[in-house]
Design a protein around this ligand. Structure first.
Ligand code: ZN
Length: 85
């Protein structure tokens, strides 16, 4: 097991299978581990910067910070509504 997959399992175990961005339950095979503060903005690989997200949010968020992501969501309500059950 690589160091990263061990860390991934630990993040999922500690935080649960819930996307921290949209609040939805995330199936195990759809889980992406997101850097809350993106690496390019100086975010670390430590647990306090690693969160569970779904692939949809993770790909939308990309290298944005959470605040930037929320701004995008506010500007793209159709996409946000499409996330709702
Ligand atoms: Zn999500």
């Amino acid at each position: 097991m690589s160091e990263w997959s061990g860390k991934r399992d630990e993040v999922i175990r500690l935080r649960g299978q819930v996307c921290y961005l949209c609040g939805e339950h995330v199936p195990m095979d759809d889980i992406h581990i997101d850097h809350r503060i993106p690496r390019i903005h100086g975010g670390s690989n430590d647990f306090d910067n690693l969160y569970v997200s779904c692939s949809t949010c993770n790909l939308q968020k990309g290298s944005k910070s959470v605040d930037e992501f929320k701004t995008v969501v506010m500007n793209d309500l159709d996409w946000f509504i499409s996330l709702q059950p």
